[in-house]
Design a protein around this ligand. Structure first.
Ligand code: AGP
Length: 609
């Protein structure tokens, strides 16, 4: 999704904008640009391509300025090309805008503005914002923006500058996020906190219908009617170092290796080994409210959906509460049935996924209890649920979710145990045993990561394959889904995941030498059934890899290659069986020369439908 950065302060603005855009690259984009103001003249530079192309253009023909805005564009309206790259300007070039989102009524507005004499340069929806500000400008940029946004339908996070009202950046938000960074005599506008970590940890999050005006003297906040707002200043716990590669070749690899620590951080302060108790008071929902839960509905997209499917198995097994897991993009358009006895859990690491946020807003009309599991503090979804359980995974820069997935399933395990304890469906001895095993998971993860080289060697044998089948049963089925998604999105190899029991209902027709299978086969109640599936595949000359328990000697006779993982409580196997699949996908993608941290066509946070 698009990224916005704005800076006003004593430093030269171009390097700050370019560095900021680099920290937004992971959001996904196809073009980039900056607009800087020098001696009250706005100069714009845009490229179709990566930020390296923008840097090259700026080296060849430098820009200078004391404030400005930058943008990475993920094309929605108008093909990816230089002329459609942001920033966009009004007729005279004295108003410049960068925008994230979609203006749904832009064609009608464009027609009206053309009739009023405005001339357009691009096919984007964004450009109409610059012309609206031009139309309504009467001396105050913020007032012109306040008036302009009244005409807009849709989602927008905008930053506007004008040479007619210099030394200020005006931002407005409905939908996609905007964060204001409060530095020492320097101020920032950004789509997320990553570009700000180098300069400040003091931030303000805009809510829908709010504006910010940043000037060299400070930041002020208003609603769309011009009413002054007192906004809470948040002090971030994330540091710049957390957003660095720290010697790894890719952010994705670094984040895979961070998972043991992420599990420790997500457990910290929430489990008590002496009593076997879970403490989730921070969620902000009382045990009495949770006690009324008779049904759980989990809403999510992508990897978060896969984590939610693991959560389904955990909550049903531990708390004996029925769980439905739904794709947000489907659920929001369904005639779903909910009541006050339902607990709806929205899982979203970014907390800004458009489908998940839209589904939540529709769901809330039926007044169930709502809870979010988010990684981004104070994100839209986190703010709009009754309670939030944060995953303490730190910033995840790689587009492919890895450590945030592990943090999500830890959070779901804690929630499952919390519900089980509140409902009286688990005794102290069982709770203690589970919590003790959760405490052992980070070390067991480290043992798997120590065999990364052998997984890399194995991956090298599959670089040229075009198809892969992933199989799992029970709580290993969501692991198969997640492993297949990782391979797809990182290496662009077609991969499909099925419940093992589904093979006979069609997929087994795919088995041949060029269709290898990755089977996830921990020792659990469906182990024997998985062995049958493996035999059926072997009988048809299919190549099989298996992620299996390290103490399982039988499996070695049944498959072509075993990736061993430490044994654990059957319900907790996803914490361990997913890691080798992440590494497998990463190494294949890297060996195929794919852009591992920013795979083609993908965005880190899908903030538009
Ligand atoms: C997974 O690797 C992808 N990054 C994508 O599927 C992602 O999980 C999905 O877009 C949901 O994002 P969210 O957790 O921020 O809502």
């Amino acid at each position: 999704m698009c990224g916005i950065i704005g800076y006003i302060g004593p430093k030269s603005v171009v390097p700050i904008l370019v560095e900021g855009l680099k920290r937004l690259e992971y959001r996904g984009y196809d073009s980039a640009g900056v607009a800087v103001v020098d001696e009250n003249q706005i100069n714009i530079r845009r490229v179709h391509g990566k930020i390296a192309a923008l840097e090259k253009s700026l080296e060849e023909s430098p820009l200078d300025g004391i404030y400005g805005v930058g943008h990475t564009r993920w094309a929605t309206h108008g093909r990816p090309c230089e002329e459609n790259a942001h920033p966009h300007q009004d007729c005279t070039g004295s108003v410049v805008v960068v925008h994230n989102g979609i203006i749904e009524n832009y064609l009608a507005l464009k027609k009206k503005l053309k009739k009023e004499g405005h001339t357009f340069r691009t096919e984007t929806d964004t450009e109409i914002i610059a012309h609206l500000v031009e139309k309504y400008f009467k001396g105050s940029l913020e007032e012109a923006v306040q008036r302009a946004v009244q005409d807009l339908d849709g989602a927008y996070a905008v930053a506007v500058i004008s040479s007619k009202d210099p030394e200020k950046i005006v931002a407005a938000k409905v939908g996609p996020p905007i964060v204001v960074g409060l530095g020492k005599k320097e101020f920032f506008i950004s789509s997320d906190i990553n570009p700000l970590l180098s300069y400040t940890q003091k931030v303000v999050f805009l809510e829908d219908g709010e504006m910010a005006v940043i000037e060299p003297t400070g930041a002020n906040f208003f609603d769309f009617k011009g009413k002054v707002l007192e906004k809470k200043v948040h002090h971030l716990s994330w540091s710049r170092l957390m957003a660095e590669k720290s010697g790894f070749k890719h952010f994705m690899l670094k984040e895979i290796f961070e998972q043991p620590q992420v599990v420790r951080d997500t457990l910290k302060g929430r489990v008590f080994l002496d009593s076997g108790k879970i403490c989730l008071d921070e969620i902000g929902v009382s045990p009495e409210l949770f006690k009324k839960t008779e049904r759980v509905v989990i809403i999510a997209c992508g990897t978060s959906y896969h984590a939610g499917l693991v959560g389904k198995y955990l909550i049903e097994a531990m708390a004996q509460i029925p769980v439905d897991i739904e794709f947000a993009s489907e659920y929001r358009y369904r005639d779903f049935i909910l009541d006050k006895k339902a607990l709806v859990i929205v899982i979203s690491q970014s907390g800004e996924t458009a489908d998940s946020l839209a589904a939540l807003r529709i769901i809330k009309e039926m007044k169930p209890l709502t809870l979010s599991i988010c990684n981004a503090v104070n994100s839209s979804i986190a703010r709009e649920t009754d309670g939030v359980l944060y995953t303490h995974a730190g910033p995840e820069i790689g587009v492919a979710a890895t450590k945030t997935y592990s943090a999500q399933i830890v959070a779901l395990a804690l929630l499952a145990m919390h519900l089980a304890q509140i409902k009286g469906r688990i005794d102290e001895k069982a709770s203690l045993a589970l919590i003790e095993e959760l405490g052992r998971i980070p070390h067991k993860m480290e043992k798997i990561l120590n065999q990364a080289k052998s997984i890399e060697d194995l991956a090298s044998k599959f670089v040229s394959f075009s198809h892969f089948l992933y199989l799992g049963r029970g709580v290993s089925f969501p692991v198969a889904l997640e492993g297949a998604l990782k391979l797809k999105e990182i290496s662009y190899i077609h991969a499909e995941a099925y419940p093992g029991g589904e093979m006979k209902h069609g997929p087994i027709a795919l088995i041949e030498e060029n269709m290898p299978t990755m089977a996830i086969v921990p020792r659990d109640r469906v182990y024997a059934k998985m062995l049958s599936n493996i035999s059926e595949i072997k009988a048809r000359i299919g190549y099989i890899l298996a992620v299996a328990s390290e103490d399982d000697k039988e499996i070695e006779e049944r498959v072509d290659k075993v990736i061993p993982v430490p044994s654990t409580e059957p319900l907790f196997t996803p914490f361990l069986t997913t890691l080798p699949l992440q590494l497998f996908a990463y190494y294949i993608g890297a060996m195929r020369g794919a852009d591992v941290d920013q795979p083609r066509n993908l965005a880190k946070s899908v903030t538009v439908e």
